[in-house]
Each structure stands twice: as C-alpha cells, then as structure tokens.
Ligand binder design. Structure first.
Ligand code: G6P
Length: 613
C-alpha cells in the first residue's frame, strides 16, 4: 500500500527513483510523484501510473543527486495531482512521502488550522508535513530538522513509513518507520531507501531493515540510526539473497503469467532442503525450538487475509486430518476486533505473502499479548511478520509482483502440508507408511504442475468462450472448497467478473437459484472421498442448464460425459489436489482478464500489500 523510494549519493537521482517506483507500483498505482533537491527542491506529481509521471517529467529539469519518490494507493482523498505525494509544508520547509495512515490526522489538522495552517490536499500526509514544520518553526532555531521530525512523530497515532527532505538541511534525507516497511540499501558513498528491496537489489545487496520507531538520518556517506526517543542504535546490516532476474518479466507478457509458470520451481524451492534426500523425513528448521509447544497445542488458530486466508483454510483441513489438532481459521480484521478467546497453549499461525498486512500484524500482537505461541508463514524475507513472530517458515517462492497472488498460494499450501504431515508423524496420528507416502506425493507436485501448464492453450480456448459472462460460480468440497474460493477470488480480482466460491453441497441453499444457461459453474471435482457427491452436484447444475467447466483427475470418464468442458490434472492424493487444481483456475482467470482488456498485474483499486486496516 503505497511505495516509497529515496536516493542520496553521487548519481542522478531521477532514473533511480523512477525505476524504483516502477518496481514498487504493485503497492499502489493511482498517482505518483517525486521531489529532487537541486538548487531548489523540484516536485512533480501526477494522477495515474508511474509512466504518466515519467511522461510529465520528460521535458522538465529533474537533475540532482538527492531525491524521493512515491506511488500511491489512496486512503485519504481521491487520486488526483494534488493528493499525490510528496507533500510540502506550508512554508516549504519540509517535503514528505508517506506510506501508512495517520489515524489522529483530523485532530492534528484542526490544531494546525487554528494556528493558521491552510491545507491544499485531503491527505493525512500533508498534516504530518505541517506538524513537523510547526514544531520546527516554533522552536525558533533550537531544534534541527531531525529533532523536529522525531518530536512530530511522537504526536502521531497510526502507521507510517516516511522519508523527509528538510529545506534547511539539504544534504540529508530523514527516514522513519512505524508499521510500514522501509529498507535502506548501503552503497559506496550512496544510500537507497525503499518500501521493499526490489528497487535496491540492482545497486547493492547490503541492507538495513528499519524497525518500528527507528529514525535514520542519511547523508551520502553517513547513516545515523536512532529511536524516536533519541537513543542511538547500531544498524544491523543484512545481505539480500534475491537476484535481479526474479523481479523482471523474463519475456512473459505479465508478471502474473510468469509467476503462474514459475510454480513448479517455487513449490520445489519451498520444500527444498526441508525434505530429506531419501524422502524419509520432513524438517522445518525454523520451527525447531517451538516444536514441543506445537506438538502439545490444544488448538491452532490460523490468521490471514485474502488469498493467504484461503491457504489457511486448506491448512485447517490438512492439520485436522493428519495431526488431529483442532484448527480455527480467522480473518485478521475480524480476529483483532472481536475479543477473541486465546489460551496460552494455543498456537497461532499467521500466513502472509508480504509479511506486512496490517490486520494480520495487529492480530499477531493480540495473540502474543495473550501468551500464545505465534508462528509465521511468510514469503518476503525480513518483513514485519517474520520479525514479530516467535518462529516460522519462509515460503521461498521468490518475489511475487503480480497483485493477484498465485505462486505464493501454492507455496503457503506446500508449507502447511509439510507442517501437517510432520505434526501428524510426531503426534503418532500418521503411520510411518502414510507419512512416507505423503512425502512422496508432495515431492511429485512440481512435475505434475509442469504437466498441467502444458495445457495452457486449452485453458485459453475455454476462457475465450466465457470471457463475456457476468457471473461465475465455483464449487468444491473438502480440500477443494478453499480452492473454489481462491478460483472465484482470482477471477473477480483481475477480470472484474462477479464470482462466488461455495462448498458444492451448499449450492442447494441459495446459489442454485442463480443457475441458468448463462451461468458458468466451475466445479473442482478430482477423484477423492466426495467424488460421488460432487458428481451429483454437477448433475444438479446440468439439470438447470448451467454450463459446467470441471477440473477432473486425468482419465475421468463420468464427469467428462456430464460437463461442458473438462480440464484434467494428474492423479494425486486428495490432500495434494489443492496444489494442482488451483493452476487451471489461475490460468482461466488470467486469460479471461487479458481477453477483456484488463490490467492483469495492476487491477483497479487493489494493492499487493495492504498496510492499512
Ligand atoms: C491483498 C493482495 C492479496 C493478498 C492479501 C493478503 O489483498 O492483493 O493478493 O492475498 O492482500 O496479503 P498477504 O501479503 O498478507 O498475503
């Protein structure tokens, strides 16, 4: 939610900022802006994508070696040129870019207005810029810029990642974080600042992740790190392992397509090193020190949002089946506000691709306060969730840039499968034979996904028949019910077609009323325990002239005769089927969205990383 970049050094800042914003555009793309310090600070802002800002600046002066940039996902005030960041204080002394929400902005604004401040934009960020300036001016020369920033931030309630230019101290950038991520890349005589490491990786692999309440004062050859209360901190320098190729399209038309096709590799990367070479054991090193707590948990609570929540639902089926521990799956946003009952022997698993989702993070804090053991399943290394949790497992799916999550989902389900099977073995709920069989099944997934991807042209052909539909229904049972939810979510996110996912048997309690010859119904119906039942559900749809697109196990004859179209996936254990059956659904949504002319990688109104509640 909003992307931030900054540069200070000896190179031209503009190309670094604009390329950085393009890499961060997945975080928000309704307006963008930059500020560059030259003889005076030049600011350019534009509603729309980063490319429109680039177009605006083409003929303008953007010279200078210090600058900041922002790509916005609107929270306060509609997307327009005025509300775009950076925001400058009334007397031009401070220029600010901000990711997050200042919750008490309206109270602060009233006070500033009472002191003569006038506001140009509707944003909370302009309030912060003016607050800093007001503190600075009132101090009458007794505070430097950094001090004024720190004091202002103590008055702010909410979340922020900010980078600030001070007119009187043009040789530095001031960066601060609470809640919204900021990474600082360390070069030789230069520093890079960004919301995540993707704009930084092509320049340096040495980074510092700011922690909450950290303030960094950055000059081109010096970085000072403090707490908001002015305590000096020793910066912890870490090495990035990501490579530049992983954040480029590599010949694919869209990041989403690239990421769908990467899944054989990303699933393999997720279990690589965690399954013994002779397939005799699963080891999740990140959980080692909390294993006794997990084994003895009376209950597991899974917390997530969006696609990660769907992965969590698959996790519920897996853990309850194999480890026989009761599981509840919660939306972070509901959990945090509904006075949840949490016991000290509960184990909470927070699932998040970005590791920055505000509601998931808030729920983690509530669970920690209640004394529960909190684990994270996260994709972005070094993000807030892995840092806030007691232990966890990285998914290692590599950077996911497409806003609609694909490879992160299969990686999360891969981790949950490993966890469930490992726990089942430790708790003696799974026999050695079943344990080994499941490991073998999991290891076969990358090849099976590769097989499914070969049918992409068939998925495209079927997509062309349904691209103009206005509604879709997705049905599944058991492990495949969450896949139905995920298939429906993918379609609505990127094609703007209304779609609902339902447990197949529940269709009779409502959605069946919607079925007619115009209603495509996607049924996920691989051969498992509920196969006969789902065949009946398909018959019920056909009896009402619905169009059935069925995802079936290869060689299936019964459904082939009933459905309008079948998409086959290789035979597998039913617990593994979510990892396979979701692939055709991802591709179906992708092709339909492309055929409808939608912006697949940056769907309207969405953002990849939702750092506001
Ligand atoms: C946003 C993204 C989704 C994602 C959800 C949760 O809505 O667009 O793709 O599933 O946030 O994000 P997380 O990073 O916590 O998995």
């Amino acid at each position: 939610m909003c992307g931030i970049v900054g540069y200070i050094g000896y190179r031209d800042a503009y190309p670094i900022l604009i390329n950085g914003l393009k890499r961060l555009e997945y975080r928000g793309y309704d307006s963008a802006g930059i500020a560059i310090i030259g003889k005076e600070t030049k600011i350019y802002k534009k509603k729309g994508k980063v490319s429109e800002l680039e177009h605006l600046i083409k003929e303008k002066d953007a010279s200078g070696t210090i600058g900041i940039g922002h790509t916005r996902w609107a929270t306060h005030g509609e997307p327009n040129d005025t509300n775009a960041h950076p925001h400058t204080s009334q007397n031009g002394l401070f220029t600010v870019i901000h990711n997050g929400i200042i919750e008490n902005y309206s109270r602060l604004k009233d006070r500033l207005e009472a002191r003569g401040y006038e506001f140009l934009s509707m944003t909370d960020t302009e309030v912060l810029a003016n607050l800093i300036e007001h503190i600075y001016i009132t101090a009458n020369g007794s505070l430097d810029a950094e001090h004024a920033v720190r004091l202002a931030l103590t008055k702010v309630i909410g979340a922020y990642g900010v980078v600030i230019i001070a007119k009187d101290e043009p040789d530095k950038l001031i960066a601060a974080r609470k809640g919204s991520p900021l990474v600082i890349g360390i070069g030789d005589g230069e520093y890079f600042i960004a919301s995540d490491a993707t704009p930084i990786i092509e320049y340096t692999d040495s980074v510092i992740y700011l922690n909450n309440d950290n303030v960094a004062v950055i000059k081109k050859d010096q970085l000072t790190l403090k707490t908001i209360d002015n305590d000096q901190l020793e910066p912890m320098i870490q090495k990035l392992t990501m490579d530049i190729g992983s954040i480029e399209k590599n010949g694919y038309e869209h990041f989403m397509l690239k990421e769908i096709f990467e899944q054989p590799k990303s699933i393999l990367d997720t279990f690589r090193g965690r399954i013994a070479a002779d397939l005799s054991e699963i080891r999740l090193g990140g959980l080692h020190h909390v294993m006794p707590k997990i084994e003895n948990a009376k209950r597991i609570i899974i917390i997530a949002c969006g696609t990660s929540w769907h992965a969590g639902l698959v996790g519920e089926y897996l853990i309850e089946t194999f480890a026989r521990i009761p599981v509840e799956v919660e939306y972070g946003s509901e959990f945090r506000y509904r006075k949840p009952i949490i016991f000290a022997d509960d184990v909470v698993i927070a699932i998040s691709q970005s590791g920055e989702t505000a509601d998931t993070l808030a729920a983690i804090n509530i669970a920690k306060e209640a004394g529960a053991t909190v684990l994270g399943i996260c994709n972005v290394v070094g993000a807030s969730i892995p840092r806030e949790t007691h232990a966890g497992v990285y998914t290692h799916a590599g950077p996911e840039i497409g806003v609609a999550s694909t490879k992160a989902f299969t990686a999360q389900v891969t981790v949950l499968t490993m966890m469930a099977v490992m726990l089942g073995k430790k708790n003696n709920k799974l026999s050695e034979e079943e344990y080994l069989k499941l490991i073998k099944e999991l290891v076969s997934v990358p090849d099976k996904v590769e097989e499914i991807l070969k049918y992409d042209s068939l998925f495209k052909e079927i997509s062309s028949l349904y691209k103009d539909a206005t509604n879709f229904l997705y049905l599944g049972r058991g492990y495949l019910f969450p896949v139905a939810l995920e298939g429906a979510l993918k379609l609505k996110e990127i094609s703007y077609i209304h779609a609902e996912g339902y447990p197949a048997a529940e269709m009779k309690h409502g959605p069946i009323a919607l079925i007619d010859e115009n209603m495509p119904v996607v049924v996920i119906a691989t051969q498992d325990n509920s196969y006969d039942k789902i065949v009946t559900n398909i018959q019920e749809v056909k009896a009402r002239n619905g169009k059935v697109i069925a995802i079936v196990t290869e060689g299936d004859k019964i459904i082939k005769d009933l459905a309008d179209h079948v998409l086959e996936v290789p035979k597998s254990h039913e617990a593994i089927a979510p990892l396979l059956t979701v692939i055709p659904l991802q591709l179906l949504s992708y092709h339909i969205a492309v055929m409808r002319g939608c912006n697949v990688d940056q769907p309207r109104n969405l953002a990849k990383s939702v750092t506001v509640e």
